[in-house]
Structures are given as C-alpha cells and as structure tokens.
Design a protein around this ligand. Sequence first.
Ligand SMILES: Cc1ncc(COP(=O)(O)O)c(C=O)c1O
Length: 393
Amino acid sequence: MFQPKYEELVTQVTTPAYVFDIDVLCNRIQFIKNKLGNKVQLCYAMKANPFVVKAIENQIDYYEVCSHGEFDICERAGINMNKIVLSGVYKAKHDLEYVIAKYQDTLIYTCESPNQFHMIHEIAKQMNIKVNALLRITTHNQFGMSEDQLCSLIEKRKEFPYINIIGIHHFSGTQRKKINMYKEELEYVDSLILKLENEYGYVPDKLEFGPGFYVEYFQHSKQPYDEEELLDGFVDLLDNLHFQGQITIELGRFIAATCGNYYTDIVDYKVNDVPYCIVNGGMHQTTYYGQMMAMKIPYYRQLKKKEVQGDYINCNISGSLCTINDNLVKGLTLQNPEVGDIIEFQRVGAYAMCEGISLFLSRDLPSVYLYSNKEGLQLQRARFETNILNFKQ
Ligand SMILES: Cc1ncc(COP(=O)(O)O)c(C=O)c1O
C-alpha cells in the first residue's frame, strides 16, 4: 500500500499529485466480487477514474463508457472491445459510425432515447451489421427513455432486425446507502421485465443495474455505515428477483474511491483571525461528494518536512484559486504546520481528478501516478499546463 514517508514522497512525486494504488483497487474489486457472488457481473463506470482502466482489465467484466473521449481512452489502452458498454445520453452519429464500422457487434450499445435507437439501427443497417443493445429506462430525468417508449420499441422489435435488444439498463443516482431505495428500484425493473414478458413475449437476457453505492468520505460520521451489511442486503434483493437472466452491476465510486491519495504542499502559513495553510492545489482538484462548506473532515495524513514535535492546531486548508470558496477543509488538525509539509488527502480515487473547475486561474493540472507493490510508482500524466488552453498566441 502506498503510504510514503515525507522523504519518499518528495523524491518521487511532483505535487500537487494524485497517486492511485492499483493493489488497493484490485483488492477492493475482489472484495466486491466476493460479496456479490459469481453469478453477478461487474461493470466499471470509467468516468469515476479513467486512469486505471487498463490496470483492472482482468478483474472486471465490463466498462461503462459514457462518451467518445472515454471510448478513445479504452481504444488507446487496448481494452478488449467485448468488455465495452457504449453508453451516453449524447452519441454523435459520426462517432457511432466509426465504432460500429470498426468493431461491429463486439461491444454493447445503450439506447437512451427512441431517436438514439433509430440512429443506431440506421447505421447498423447501412453497414449490414446486427448490434447488441440495452434500452435505458428513465428514472425521471433527462437520461433514458420513458416506459411507454421502451415498451413500444420492444413491441415493434421485429421491425428493427439490425438491433438485438439484449436487455435493460437502469441507473438512477450516486452516493446512496438506503437499502429501501435499491429495493424499490429493483422491484420496479423486475415488474417492468415481467410486463415485457407478459405483454410482448420478450424476455431480456441481461439487466445492467447501477445502484450508486455509497462511499464514506468523512471522519466522525453521525450515521455509521456498514458497507458489508449493505452489500449483503443488496444480494438478498437480487436473489428475490423474478428476473433470472444475467445481472451486471455498474459501479464507479464504490470501486475506485479508496484507491486514491491526493498530495498537496503547504506553501504559506498565516493567521488571519484563524490559522490558514495555503496549499499548492485546491478545491478544484479534490471534490469530496457531500462536503459542506469545507466543514467535514476527510481522511488525511500530514507528512512533516521536519520531524519535530509541536502543538496540534486546527487550521483552514485553502487552495490557490482566487475565490474565498477555495477551502479544502476548515479546522483540520495538524501538528505544528509549516511551509513544506505535505497533506495527503485520502479516498480521492473517484471523480476528484476529473470533476473540478480545472481551467480557472490557468493553474497546472496535477501530476498523476499509478502505484503497485510490484511496479512501484509510475507516472501516468506529468503536471500539465492549462494556460496554453486559455490563450492562443
Ligand atoms: C450511467 C451511469 N452508470 C454508473 C455511474 C456510476 O455511479 P457511481 O459512481 O455512483 O457508482 C454513473 C454516474 O454518473 C452513471 O451515470
């Protein structure tokens, strides 16, 4: 596990930096797979962390790929195309033409609307290829299609010989820990599948279900959360479904969050009413879902430049953007904080590296490293200048 001392870190890593620990990630996937059992397949929603796709290829069954950019990453990484579920609320025609022409029926396509379904069918027809597709049912937002639209496509499926509708796709939201929510949603999808069977003689082979499992990002949570209990409860729900086909569970955050650390240096220290540590990163590089005005304390370590004893004080950790909102944490307990110390923010393996307002102030993007016990630290992306994107000479 990557838990460096100060010297080890500064000699190997340019901060601000993310380090994604592949051993931790693989153990996590193994834990989830053991809990879900071998009848259930696992799909990694790569939007959570695209840097690790290749490293986990042997561990997971599918990737949920949600844009052509993500598809390009998989192609560049040499991911086996039969592991790809090409999803996304917007799929450009020319991108689909490229993918279908090159990879044909190897991957699975999701259809988020009747228009998307017809477009995919039209392209497949022109190329004389029959492609496999999942129909995404909406959860009452802009994603997926309504039940009526979905039923209508199923009813008329023989009119679309170039699409083999292999099943249903359902995803409704992230950071959810109430078993009743999963229960309601699974019961709904199960009843929809029963309706398709009874009314249209259609039996899907596959259900791809994204539960949005919760990750605990903060210390001292008022509502303790037992993820093993949650997974056990979820598996019981799956066991009680009428649907007997292949179930694929689509997860992002729950797989990747714990594999990542973010390192940022204290570059200034001052007391303006309260102590402030200014760091060379910022809130645009560490989004913790559920953080509220930087009041919640994430999991962290302080790496001291000088091993000296000192008092513990509570500091505000502020980043280097020009906004008073750029606070990573308020009231973080640090021992005698000094310029040069490094703060390791933990559980940033999902979304943190992609979700931020990265172009603001033309600050550089952090460097990214993958770590494993076997390979050591490997640079995935060197620190990257964004100023060149914000003005062209
Ligand atoms: C379609 C789809 N599947 C899976 C996910 C991953 O969700 P999570 O990271 O909560 O597992 C998302 C997240 O936005 C999504 O849109």
